[in-house]
Ligand binder design. Structure first.
Ligand code: NAP
Ligand code: ZN
Ligand code: ZN
Length: 347
């Protein structure tokens, strides 16, 4: 074991604070990464505060990790010391079930290991995430990171990027499609950039009038304020595809009514409380309500390569790790433009 430094929450109500813990020694197939930047995802807040249930304390969050490789095991093939590397939401899966074999490790039948708060088959404890100075990960779950893009802006691609890229690709969103993005935060701003780059006509649906100008700069063609009933009504039947990234309880029926015939609404936002759906909002127009969870490892690499080729990165506010608790409070108020990223040199 080696000692790592990080920030942890010790229960659902206290602020995160400095925490020393152990990382496993680098095994034959492992890669050790010095973490340079880690993005702050709203899932970190849900789990730190045990909003989804099942949090194991102390929890060291963080699954938007980029850094530099400092050690590789004897059997590591595709990575070398000093190269850049990334780690997203997954650090292990069974690799044998049908979903793993299809590259859908996020749907592993035997349960994937999350980058943090996951039962760690290798050490017996729980995994610790990216709000820390280093991480040891099996080579199959490490991503190649291009040196062409600013690293701090690449970090959020490891969760916000893949979580929006994957459903847009799965439902073949592109030219000729009218797309709406609900909620302009970390996931929402990546959804605008990616959907626009695939050629779709993008409308931003937000509760924050102050984000209208930004939405246009991010590539949205239209903007509507979802607190204004008239603007909502005017969008009835308009969209082929809606991606809902909202983190808090809200009414899905409002958005289902905006779908065109055969339209699809995908939930990626994961509010902790259940929601009621009016069946008629799906029946009329043969509409689908779907969900999507991050993306597999191969698809995450595909997304990173796509973003590198098309110069797509996240809009970030870089923070010191001591500012993490304030960053959470701001995110809860919708005040994030559009991803907080921790500069790990401040640890
Ligand atoms: P975020 O940066 O905090 O953004 C969430 C946005 O939702 C806010 O900026 C706000 O946008 C909107 N919003 C917040 N409260 C709202 C409310 N009560 N009603 C309507 N809109 C509201 O969060 P994020 O990191 O993008 O994550 C969003 C959600 O996705 C979280 O629940 C997270 O756990 C989940 N997630 C899921 C996956 C997956 O694989 N499915 C992966 C990552 C994250 P406006 O100001 O524009 O309204
Ligand atoms: Zn995330
Ligand atoms: Zn599996």
């Amino acid at each position: 074991m080696t000692t790592a430094k990080g920030y942890a929450a010790h229960n659902a109500t206290e602020a995160l604070s400095p925490y020393d813990f152990s990382r496993r020694v680098v095994g034959a197939k492992d890669i050790k990464i010095e973490i340079l930047y880690c993005g702050v995802c709203h899932s970190d807040i849900h789990q730190v505060r045990n909003e989804w249930g099942g949090t194991n304390y102390p929890i060291v969050p963080g699954h938007e990790i980029v850094g530099r490789i400092i050690e590789v095991g004897a059997e590591v093939r595709n990575f070398k010391v000093n190269e850049l590397a990334g780690v997203g939401c997954l650090v292990d899966s069974c690799r044998e079930c049908d979903n793993c074999k299809k590259g859908l490790e996020q749907f592993c039948r035997n349960g994937f290991t999350g980058t943090y708060n996951g039962a760690d088959k290798k050490s017996g404890g729980f995994t610790y995430g990216g709000y820390s100075n280093q991480i040891v990960v099996d080579q199959d779950f490490v991503l190649h990171i291009s040196d062409k893009l600013p690293l701090e802006k690449v970090a959020p691609l490891l969760c916000a990027g893949i979580t929006t890229y994957s459903p847009l690709r799965h439902w073949k969103v592109g030219k000729g499609h009218k797309v709406a993005v609900v909620g302009l935060g970390g996931l929402g701003h990546m959804a605008i950039k990616l959907a626009a780059s695939f050629g779709a006509e993008v409308t931003m649906l937000s509760t924050s009038p102050s984000k209208q100008k930004d939405a246009a700069q991010l590539g949205a063609h239209h903007f509507a304020l979802t607190t204004d009933p008239e603007q909502i009504l005017a969008l009835t039947g308009k969209f082929d595809f809606i991606i809902d990234t909202v983190s808090a309880a809200h009414d899905y029926n409002t958005y289902l009514q905006m779908l065109n015939t055969d339209g699809v609404m995908v939930c990626v936002g994961a509010p902790p409380t259940p929601s009621q759906i009016v069946a008629f909002n799906l029946i009329g127009g043969r509409k689908s309500l779907a969900g999507s969870l991050i993306g597999g490892i191969a698809e995450t690499q595909e997304m990173l390569d796509y973003c590198s080729e098309h110069n797509i990165t996240s809009d970030v506010e870089v923070i010191a790790i001591s500012e993490i608790n304030t960053a959470y409070e701001r995110m809860l108020k919708g005040d994030v433009r559009y991803r907080f990223v921790i500069d790990m040199s401040t640890l």
